[in-house]
Design a protein. Sequence first.
Lengths: 113, 116
Amino acid sequence: NAGVTQTPKFRILKIGQSMTLQCTQDMNHNYMYWYRQDPGMGLKLIYYSVGAGITDKGEVPNGYNVSRSTTEDFPLRLELAAPSQTSVYFCASRTGRSNYGYTFGSGTRLTVV
Amino acid sequence: AQTVTQSQPEMSVQEAETVTLSCTYDTSESDYYLFWYKQPPSRQMILVIRQEAYKQQNATENRFSVNFQKAAKSFSLKISDSQLGDAAMYFCAYRSRMEYGNKLVFGAGTILRVKS
């Protein structure tokens, strides 16, 4: 049981480049989330999904896009990377039935130069 | 919108001593969950303890316990018999019971240093 898998773990992008952060979970969780963590700050919600085919904006969605074509995968797309997107990105998932039980991936450290 | 505030950017504790991390939150709801997460240098987010707002009894998990004051909207974490492995960033988080999406709202975190 792998849990939530994020790839890559590290990445350096040049300003204006694009990339996709991958997130896969094998627990059949309906709910999935993308958070970003800036230095010295808490996690802020970028996008979330309550099931395949459904996505919603979180607190800081500008500059990002997501899709949820399957229950397992929830990729985060960065278009035209900017230095302000330098951060650590976390994907998380949970079953809709539990009162708690969020499972987090190990994070992707992204640097935009 | 709900907010979570952790007013202590850093705390230090001597090994084997007790330390309390503070957390306050703002919500108009009466039914919600509160969490403390630990983030060691590995970046992994580890659930330490959780509290359901409708339960008056404070949650306890081994050396970790909370002081939940619902009227004051306060949720502090007490770590007893501190160990070197407790050194980490600690996040307080809130989740509405009824709100669509079951989203976690995090505080800014408190860095805990443990001295030997």
